[in-house]
Write a protein that binds this ligand. Structure first.
Ligand code: GLP
Length: 237
């Protein structure tokens, strides 16, 4: 576990790890997360790209996507990743994969698992954590054997993400990579910032792994690293 003094230093340290993976393997397969936490990481990676690091052969899998939004909806995770990262680093669009929230969920989930099998495993999976301990959109209770599938969002997750949507338009469902799909990555990198995540971070690292805290599944992985700022580390430092 790495605890950094400030959020900015923590984000740079996450970006350093991702940049090193890209430098070591230009066709690296990255699993990417969304959310406010990751914004400074993508900013830092765009700067690395401008400074000469090539992302042209990198492949990207997004962790999850809302259901019912068209792919060009400004709050879709496809647009989030394009606007903050993909469109600014010269990534080949055919190497950018996001679950299709506009298709039947069953078709979209099985297509995604097929694409993951075809191009995987993911070399480095970046993960944020929800206040309730979710990873991707695997809410508490998600089986550790779960794969990419349709999920219902909890009231707390919908409330946390409500700021991005017009009132009454917060999606109720998402397609997410499952916990087992996530754990198939060669390496996991969990990044959490701010005191509002400190309870979830405590539950992730201090208790035996439990389905009540989906993020605790990362401890079953042989190569999982956690980077925190001091706020998120408040209860474990
Ligand atoms: C969302 C995403 C997760 C993300 C989490 C935390 O619900 N599905 O992948 O890690 O919330 O988001 P934030 O960084 O905005 O707190």
């Amino acid at each position: 576990m790495t605890i950094c003094k400030t959020t900015a230093v923590a984000a740079e340290s996450v970006a350093d790890r991702i940049a090193a993976a890209v430098a070591a393997k230009p066709n690296v397969v990255l699993g990417l997360a969304t959310g406010g936490t990751m914004e400074p990481v993508y900013k830092a990676l765009v700067r690395r790209s401008a400074a000469g690091l090539s992302f042209s052969a990198v492949r990207v899998f997004a962790l999850d996507e809302y259901v019912g939004l068209p792919p060009d909806h400004p709050q879709s995770y496809r647009v989030y990743l394009r606007e903050r990262f993909v469109d600014h680093v010269g990534l080949d669009p055919s190497r950018f994969h996001v679950p299709r929230g506009d298709l039947s969920a069953e078709v979209a989930a099985s297509e995604y698992e097929t694409t993951l099998r075809q191009h995987g495993p993911v070399d480095l999976q970046l993960l944020g954590i929800g206040r309730n301990g979710h990873i991707g959109f695997n809410e508490p209770g998600s089986p550790f054997a779960s794969r990419t599938r349709l999920v219902a969002l909890t009231a707390s997750t919908r409330a946390a993400n409500a700021r991005f949507f017009a009132p009454g338009h917060v999606p109720r469902h998402a397609i997410t990579m499952g916990i087992a799909s996530i754990l198939e990555a060669r390496r996991l990198l969990v990044f959490a910032i701010g005191p509002e995540k400190s309870d979830a971070v405590w539950a992730m690292v201090m208790q035996p792994p439990t389905v009540d805290v989906p993020a605790s599944a990362v401890r079953l992985h042989a190569s999982a690293e956690i980077v925190l700022d001091e706020g998120a580390a408040g209860q474990v430092a």
